[in-house]
Design a protein around this ligand. Structure first.
Ligand SMILES: [Fe+2]
Length: 203
């Protein structure tokens, strides 16, 4: 999970912890009570470990935009497909969202200090999305479970496809080599580093 704070407000990527836990960890008073200006809740894909607190965030910030691909709609409705069963729960989700299916470079948010573009990058799941964020001039790509430093997300779970993921990686590899990436798990990297050292960028 990432929380971005800028002059225009707060942006939440993959709400896998509660608003209260995020408030304490990030020292953002008022986050849990709905007093922070949370503008958007961005979901990279429908796996439980990335969205398990989405309903808490939507309840606290009902006016925030929720962005998600409908290509993962079946995942969130099925405890086996969203992998919540792997954590011993049987959780299904039903929330309204702006659909990112088929987006590739579309601008979904823009104000004076923040710009967000989305790239649907299927493979880990069919609705996996990367978010290209420009926050006060600093550009960064949030890759969810599509790209990790030196690796990629697994494709052996429902909806996964190594062939389709390879196509998505080839498209990501065309982005600026200097672009910093922030995966859903593990350390940050850059596109250039991945082109050089990630074997999945050579397929
Ligand atoms: Fe995942």
């Amino acid at each position: 999970m990432y929380i971005l704070t800028g002059p225009s407000g707060v942006f939440v990527i993959d709400p896998s912890v509660s608003p209260k836990a995020a408030e304490d960890y990030c020292n953002l008073p008022g986050l849990a009570s709905g007093e922070c200006p949370v503008k958007a809740i961005l979901l990279t894909h429908g796996h439980h470990d990335h969205i398990k607190y989405v309903n808490s965030w939507i309840s606290a910030y009902p006016s925030a935009g929720v962005f998600f691909s409908s290509n993962d709609r079946e995942l969130i409705k099925n405890a086996f497909m969203n992998c919540s069963y792997m954590e011993g729960s049987e959780t299904v989700y039903d929330f309204k969202f702006s659909d990112l299916a088929g987006t590739y470079g579309q601008n979904i948010y823009k104000d004076d200090s923040m710009e967000i573009r989305t790239f649907e990058t299927p493979g880990h799941t069919m609705g996996s999305v990367c978010f290209l964020v420009n926050l006060s001039g600093e550009e960064m790509l949030f890759t969810g479970d599509t790209v990790f430093k030196g690796s990629v997300g697994r494709t052996d779970m429902p909806g996964g496809s190594s062939k389709i993921l390879a196509e998505s990686i080839r498209r990501i590899a065309k982005l600026d080599p200097g672009l910093r990436i922030y995966p859903g798990h593990g350390p940050e990297s850059t596109i250039g580093y991945e082109i050089r050292f990630n074997p999945f960028f050579s397929l």
